[in-house]
Design a protein around this ligand. Structure first.
Ligand code: ATP
Length: 703
């Protein structure tokens, strides 16, 4: 039942594509709220309406709502500069460039500018309404315009869209064109909303009741009883109905998320949902060679003692933690000799073009093995000496060119240090224990030294087993400390049970199962990282997003300093400022930063105007940066802060956490802002620090 904010679709001819105005008004309602409950409800109802009115509009709606045009691993870029958009607004509104500039200074947002600029324009001949699939196709046309005359073609499509757009449509069209919807939490909430919409409003033709047993759908009577919850969350409904709804939602959400982390492709998900519903989804969309899965992540620990405490007597392996770039390698033998090979980053970007030497290595592995037809391997690509294979620094690796590298131009040799095997010859291995995956990896993929100069080498990771005794593990750790690696990755070999970490709410530690399976998108306790730097100072480094700055003083007068940094709060879908940072930067870095964030530009403004929003609490910067980078930051310790609202109330009521003496380490190229450290992570660091006897209060918030 769509709430009143949506224009009624009652008069809309059924089976016609959904009008774009419907989506634009939903986006306008989303922009007005920060409440996650409201966001989930608005999105759920929007998707339900689309599923009822015109199922084929579902896929373009999902893309338009998530501000993207394609899966992240095969990005479709609009390729639009701000001048094309502002010229189009000018033509459509008849305003002068100076008038538009004034409007921009007042509102600070191109969408708001277009909305106001067009509000006075009278249209004599009414335009046919914009439709959701039509808008999506127009955006694809903009993206696909290439070569000579492309700018003109793009401009023509943008103007046609803006001429036809009315009211809120124009605001959100322009924001989509600028790739900045300014609507909180949509991307992280979309799967939840889609799962709920599917439970409440199954698409036509999906068996939903007693005709076929289903884990997700109930009879129409039961559904009628629970539906009011979606429109009035305060209404008291009978407990069994509430429980039923909660259970259905949870089962559907966890299924959809499980499918998404193995197969992050909305094209295939929307199609499968409409054809087979939730019940058949997982079988329809398995792990697939060529489509990256979200990677497993490790949890930080501070010492070998802590590792033994956390894993108890469960057998583990300690591997060297190589300092390079994570690579998910997909390979598929096509007709005997040729092969399809893809290399994806930790953030699921396609970096096949960056590593032609690795592609050639993998091609050789495939063609030389008669039995191997396909695989997905998790690995770290590390810069190595071309002759003896000794490890080189991360810095060395980052000197490699990024795009369209030709194999003859490769200057920095690499080694592929394979540490996991998720798929082999048509078999998904995610559910197998690590011991078994590792044995297969080692036996089927032996190490290879380069056959010719310039080719990559294939290596097994160097490791030590807990079964060899504590002394052997201690020695291995000592060896890691003096090696050119970051430390250790400790991994559970077989699934088992551990004692759950006690926290304030649970008085006694409880036993908890700990799987040694491959867990996509989870920071699992079965992977523990122990970094060399943990031995001194703050355990782990943090990955923070630069979100604002102050004008520097004295020598730094021309630069931004200090810089405001933020954590990413996935539950709220927003950033939260945590500390100011002014150390670890070189002069060259400051200069570069000023060029990346020039005042009053697409990336730096006096107004907080970016998507996702950032809650700055008591840390109000003079300018706001567009959140787009992730920086590795190390600090002396985590402190309770009177001004920071990061992790507010998580360790002390009404108080946030901050970082003392934050120091910039490097830009993390392969992480997006949604991979930045979370408030929970910060709170855990604080708790670990307390447990280790470091008890500091009183923040200096990075000054
Ligand atoms: P960090 O910034 O500490 O590398 P992260 O958040 O990128 O952490 P984590 O899962 O926490 O990722 O740490 C594991 C990372 O270490 C992997 O992403 C991978 O790039 C790298 N790595 C190096 N050697 C190994 C190994 N033997 N096993 C697993 N990961 C390894």
């Amino acid at each position: 039942d769509p709430p009143s904010y949506t224009p009624g679709l009652d008069d809309w001819p059924s089976s016609n594509p959904v009008p774009y105005s419907f989506l634009a008004y939903a986006l306008a309602s989303l922009a007005e709220t920060r409440s996650r409950i409201a966001i989930v409800n608005i999105l759920t109802n929007t998707l339900r309406t689309i599923i009822i009115c015109h199922p084929p509009s579902l896929l373009p709606a999902l893309y338009l709502l998530s501000n993207s045009l394609s899966p992240s691993y095969s990005p479709v870029e609009l390729g639009l500069g701000p001048s094309v958009i502002s010229k189009a607004i000018q033509h459509v509104s008849g305003l002068t460039p100076a008038a538009l500039k004034r409007l921009y200074h007042r509102t600070g947002d191109p969408g708001d500018v277009a909305f106001e600029a067009k509000s006075n324009v009278r249209t004599l001949v009414p335009h046919p309404p914009l439709l959701v699939p039509g808008v999506y196709d127009a955006l694809l046309r903009i993206a696909n315009a290439k070569g000579q005359g492309a700018i003109k073609q793009k401009q023509a499509v943008v103007e046609k869209l803006l001429v036809a757009a009315k009211g809120e449509e124009i605001r959100f069209l322009v924001r989509i064109l600028c790739q900045n919807l300014r609507v909180g939490a949509v991307r992280t909430t979309l799967l939840t909303a889609l799962a709920r919409a599917m439970v409440l409003t199954p698409p036509p033709g999906i068996p939903t009741n007693d005709t076929m047993p289903s884990r997700f759908y109930v009879s129409q009577d039961a559904l009628d009883e629970v539906k009011p919850l979606m429109t009035d969350s305060k209404k008291k409904v009978a407990d069994p109905a509430r429980l039923l709804l909660t259970e259905l939602f949870q089962t559907a959400e966890s299924l959809l998320k499980e499918v998404y982390v193995r197969h992050p492709n909305y094209d295939n998900i929307a199609k499968a949902l409409l054809e087979v519903g939730l019940d058949g989804l997982a079988e329809r969309l398995p792990l697939t060679v060529g489509i990256p899965l979200l990677p497993t992540l490790g949890s930080p620990t501070r010492s070998l003692d802590e590792i033994y405490d956390r894993l108890g007597l469960l057998p583990f392996t300690a591997e060297l933690k190589y300092d390079g770039q994570r690579a998910q390698i997909h390979a598929n033998k096509v007709d005997g000799s040729a092969s399809h090979i893809k290399i994806f980053s930790r953030h699921l970007e396609d970096m096949t073009d960056k590593y032609p030497d690795v592609v050639s290595l993998v091609g050789d592995i495939l063609s030389e093995s008669l039995e191997t037809t396909s695989f997905i391997i998790d690995a770290e690509i590390v810069a190595v000496d071309p002759i003896d294979g000794s490890l080189k620094t991360f810095q060395e690796l980052s000197n490699r060119a990024r795009k369209d590298v030709k194999i003859d131009d490769v200057k920095v040799s690499v080694g592929v240090f394979a540490f996991d095997l998720m798929y082999l010859d048509g078999q998904v291995l995610l559910e197998r224990p690590f011991r078994e995956r590792r044995a297969l990896l080692r036996s089927r993929f032996p190490p290879r030294t380069p056959q010719e100069h310039g080719a990559a080498r294939f290596c097994h990771v160097v490791s030590c087993e807990s079964e060899d005794g504590r002394e052997a593990v201690e020695d291995f750790w000592q060896m890691a400390l003096s090696s050119a690696t970051e430390g250790l990755m400790v991994k559970l070999l077989d699934s088992g049970e551990i004692l759950e970490e006690p926290n304030q709410r649970k008085d006694r530690p409880r036993r908890k199962p700990l799987p040694a399976t491959y867990e996509p998108d989870k920071r699992t306790s079965a992977w523990l990282k122990l970094k060399k730097d943990y031995v001194t100072g703050l355990g782990d480094s943090l990955d923070l997003v630069p979100v604002g700055a102050w004008h520097g003083n004295g020598r730094k007068a021309q630069w931004w300093s200090p810089i405001l940094l933020a954590v990413w709060d996935p539950a709220a879908g927003q950033l939260v400022a945590v500390c100011k940072c002014m150390s670890g930067f070189t002069d060259a870095f400051y200069k570069d930063l000023g060029e990346r964030y020039p005042l009053d530009s697409e990336t730096c403004s006096k107004q907080p105007m970016w998507d996702p929003v950032c809650d700055t609490g008591g840390l109000k910067p003079e300018v706001y940066f567009k959140p787009q980078e992730v920086w590795e930051i190390r600090g002396a310790d985590v402190t309770i802060s009177p001004v920071s609202v990061a992790a507010l109330g998580l360790v002390v009521p009404k108080r946030g956490l901050s970082l003392r003496f934050p120091r910039f380490i490097r830009i993390v190229e392969d992480k997006g802002i949604e991979n930045a450290s979370t408030p929970e992570f910060l709170a855990k660091m604080w708790r670990d620090q307390q447990a280790n006897g470091k008890d500091r209060t009183g923040a200096d918030d990075g000054e």
